[in-house]
Design a protein around this ligand. Structure first.
Ligand code: GTP
Ligand code: MG
Length: 424
């Protein structure tokens, strides 16, 4: 994953610190830290030093051990860093103590950095509200003894952005009030969205949702499948707001596909909570397309992270198609190590194997269908033409009082044609 520096680069100098326990996997800690470095560049900063500490146990007052705290202090002086980012959750007390040691730097943890990037990217009213909600919820438990956290410092830069910026100065109660107010506004947006969705559901077409690790190529796939032009770039969290488009699948006809926000390891739980409404849109899809960057050396971790989130969101009962993308830049042998099924290898950018992807999507829709008996009384027999247009009718027998037939229907179609289902 190569991240471009944001055009609004602040060139803030950051020191990143990875920390874990000796019992943990050092490789995992290092990978997570190098991803954090990419996040810093993505937020418009520059990493001037990167260090790691493995501990027997965490130090309650400062998280890091004494020696490391001093080492960072020296590094701040030497490099002129303005920001220290710790790749681990830090409590309000710990941040307060660290800020006394490190003086004039802002201290953030991974969650706060991710929230800052979300704040930069949020475009729509709903997106901005969701980010503000997440920032508020993240801030609440950190507020200790009059210390509002490093986010409350004015002056701009990484970790100070976002719609919640001014509100972060407020006290706890006012923040709680604000949380309630945002939730109410989000509920209104959600109602609107539901209306739109039920209009769409009237069409009763099968639906797909693109989900996966950030930067895997979800938006590029949406564009390739639907000849659209949504933003797709080499950047984490390029997409925040869901987009839905139509596409045509052979033997199935029309279908819809939704692109949504990507995931990352240690995604702040507050973010998932705040983006629930957005994520629900994907959760309602009939079939999930789990998009994976086949060329990424950390592919397996990415798959695990997304699988866990799928479980958390209780989407694991849904049919999932594994879409391995970026085939054009992946090592050839990679394909042969993949166990997940059903799967397809594509290059969305080069347009390779897209027909195969569409075929697998169509097959999945077909396998979701079941055979049903229907009866159309004389007066309604003309409706059989509509049914034939949207579903496969296996046989039809005209009798005196009406027509009996068998048809392959999806769940959505069953509810649409419910009144004609022959219950016997
Ligand atoms: N080489 C190669 N690059 C690709 C392919 N598909 C997408 N990309 C690139 O990967 C980067 C990320 O693509 P996006 O479609 O924005 O990824 P995304 O999954 O939507 O990412 P987020 O919205 O940030 O979660 C872009 O620079 C794409 O051009 C591919 O098949 N091959
Ligand atoms: Mg995207």
């Amino acid at each position: 994953m190569k991240m471009n520096q944001s055009p609004k680069a602040t060139n803030e100098k950051a020191i990143v610190v990875g920390v874990g326990l000796k019992t943990e996997d050092l490789v995992e800690i290092k990978e997570s830290l190098s991803e954090l470095e990419e996040l810093v560049y993505s937020a418009g900063g520059e990493v001037v030093a990167s260090l790691t500490q493995l501990l027997e146990k965490y130090t309650p007052s400062t998280l890091l051990g004494k020696g490391k705290v001093q080492e960072v202090k020296k590094l701040i002086e030497e490099t002129g860093a303005t920001l220290v980012i710790v790749d681990h959750q830090i409590s309000g007390v710990q941040a307060k103590n660290l800020s006394q040691e490190w003086k004039d730097v802002r201290i953030l943890d991974r969650s706060q950095l991710i929230l800052d990037i979300f704040a930069q990217r949020a475009q729509t009213y709903e997106g901005k509200l969701q980010v503000e909600l997440a920032q508020m919820m993240d801030q609440l438990p950190r507020m200790v003894g009059g210390w509002l956290g490093s986010l409350s410092r004015q002056g701009g830069g990484i970790g100070t952005r976002g719609p919640g910026e001014t509100a972060l100065e407020l006290d706890r109660r006012r923040i709680r009030d604000r949380v309630q107010a945002i939730k109410k506004k989000l509920d209104e947006v959600k109602k609107h969205r539901k209306q739109h969705r039920s209009q769409r559901q009237k069409f009763n077409v099968p639906s797909f949702a693109l989900i996966g690790y950030t930067n895997a190529g979800k938006s590029t796939i949406l564009n390739a499948l639907t000849q659209s032009d949504v933003v797709a770039k080499d950047q984490v969290f390029a997409t925040l707001d869901p987009t839905t488009r139509k596409l045509h699948l052979n033997e199935v006809g029309e279908a819809i596909i939704t692109d949504t926000v990507g995931f990352i390891r240690k995604l702040p739980p507050n973010l998932i909570e705040a983006f629930k409404a957005t994520l629900e849109e994907s959760g309602e899809a009939d079939i999930l397309l789990h998009v994976i960057d086949l060329s990424n050396p950390q592919m397996q971790t990415h798959i695990d992270v997304v699988d866990n989130i799928i479980q958390e969101l209780q989407w694991d009962k849904k049919p999932i198609i594994y879409v391995f993308n970026k085939l054009d830049q992946a090592p050839v042998e990679r394909q042969f190590q993949i166990k997940q099924t059903p799967r397809v290898f594509i290059s969305a950018q080069k347009g390779e194997n897209l027909h195969q992807l569409k075929k697998i999507m169509a097959d999945q829709v077909q396998s979701l269908k079941q055979e049903y008996d229907l009866f159309f009384p004389k007066a309604d027999e003309y409706k059989l033409f509509d049914l034939k247009r949207e579903a496969q009718v296996l046989n039809a027998e005209q009798g005196r009082s009406g027509t009996v037939c068998k048809a392959l229907l999806t769940e959505a179609q069953v509810s649409k044609w419910g009144e004609f289902l022959d219950k016997h």
